[in-house]
Design a protein around this ligand. Sequence first.
Ligand code: GCU
Length: 360
Amino acid sequence: MISEKIKKLRLPELLLFSDGSPVDTAEKAVKRQAEIKELLQTEIYGRFPKKAAFTYELVSRDERAFANKAVQSLYTLSFPALGGFSFPVRTLFPKHIDAPPLFVFMNFRDDLPDRYYPAEEIVDNGFAVASFCYKDITSDDGDFGNGLSGALGVDRIKDDCPGKICLWAWAASETLDFVETVGGYDRSNVAVMGHSRLGKTALVAGAFDERFSFVFSNDSGCAGAAITRQKAGESVDAICRNFSYWFCPAYEKYRNNEEAMPFDQHFLLALSAPRRIVVSSAAEDLWADPCSEFLCCAAVSPFYEIFGSRGLVCPDRLPEIGDAFFGGSVGYQMRGGSHYLSRADWQKYMEFMRIKHNNG
Ligand code: GCU
């Protein structure tokens, strides 16, 4: 049933190189990932910026946060070679665990706690968090003259110049560089996570930085974890009408022309293989389209199998509210309710990390 649905989508082949030769070994799959990385940079997200050296400064620290259960710190990261561009990063470490797994969490706001960020509950569960607010990287609009984009001199004339998603994803990687210098967490269990536009961003960050052993994409929909072909809700045309600046200019040519795309979103998920992914949907989030998000997980699974891992493990039916398919390296879960990053979603990500942690 699922394979029939995927066949009907007539997706571009993940398991064929662009010259038509087969991708049938793990070694070839890695080469295929390099090809796909290039393709996604030229066709949708733009060029991922180069790493940059940074300095950091501790701004404030609360050693007794959340009833003395956690240490919460605020830092500023500065990039001298980028004209002094800087952004704030917050860390939260539980005290009762020496080397907790870590979330690099991109949020819409900088407050703590926040409705998308149940901080106390996360540390109580034994997880650490390094978070930043995406608007501190560059604004969420078509102005490319501010923040990181201004510092890089992003030139929107170029077809493959980075869109905003790519710039926010770069900041997730730099945040991880920074946390590595501070230490105090389990380096083999690091997740990158975001919701909605930042769920798209989490997938791009995971694609470009292999240190993220877990990639969690919440309600990311169009240009995130949803297959674009025959998608319900938001289309390429709709997303480009409102948010063209999230992408490189080349993406525009696929407006009302999805069939011409030499990729679909399972290509993006494939860049994190064989690392662990969870795609989450909310049943009422028809704009994101839960069904297309689910099919994307199924469509990337053969790519995981080339690496000798299981992709999505699920019954042969469409998902229902309450499903959490966590048997393979590609997880999918659907909760009831609308577009939101809820406590229930966080609980699922923590559960998946507990099941799939890399030390056991
Ligand atoms: C809009 C947009 C989506 C996006 C969402 C969000 O609805 O169309 O693509 O995911 O905003 O980021 O909240």
